[in-house]
Design a protein. Structure first.
Length: 180
């Protein structure tokens, strides 16, 4: 088995970013990820799982100029903002992406603190978890949570739109169980 290093992860992410940027003319949609962005997110998640057999905390930030910034193993926002501020440069982060390698995709208190602290310099945040992600638009406060999985059993049939108000989901589930 070939051991993958943090540097290898960065190279894979850079390559995936270059392909995404080319496909989207340098303007991928992170606030409400489409299939192309989801492919990029999947690549980040996949490489975060492949380093030396352990889960890796990865952070990726895309700045307003299309620059890609990658950090491994450090919690919280990457040093990019601090470095830019120390250099007295104005920077906007289009998207800050980070992994939650051992848990579901949710915002920790550290994530919320980062959002509060850097909200004027960040547009969106995406957290990646096991087979899911949560994308958040800081300005509108609208979030999109996506779960990837297999649907192996049909649920109760939904009614026609005209009958929606009268439909009882609990009753439909009970009836479905009785049929088996």
């Amino acid at each position: 088995m070939v051991e993958i290093t943090a540097n290898d992860c960065k190279l894979v992410i850079i390559d995936a970013w270059n392909k995404l940027a080319k496909k989207c003319d340098g303007r991928p949609t992170f606030r409400y990820p489409d299939n192309d962005v989801e492919g990029f997110l999947t690549m980040i998640w996949t490489v975060s799982r492949g380093v030396s057999g352990t889960a890796l905390n990865l952070q990726v930030a895309i700045d307003s100029e299309g620059g890609l910034h990658i950090s491994t193993g450090t919690p919280g926002i990457m040093p990019i903002l601090e470095h830019q501020l120390l250099a007295e440069k104005t920077v906007t982060i289009d998207c800050w992406i980070h992994t939650m390698p051992l848990v579901k995709a949710y915002f920790t208190e550290m994530t919320w603190q980062t959002i509060r602290t850097w909200s004027s310099a960040m547009k969106s945040v995406i957290v990646l978890g096991e087979n899911e992600y949560l994308a958040y638009d800081i300005n509108t406060k609208i979030a999109k949570k996506v779960y990837y999985g297999l649907l192996t059993e049909a649920g109760p049939e939904e009614p026609e739109e005209d009958d929606w108000e009268a439909w009882d989901y609990g009753e439909a589930v009970t009836e479905m169980g009785e049929e088996e």
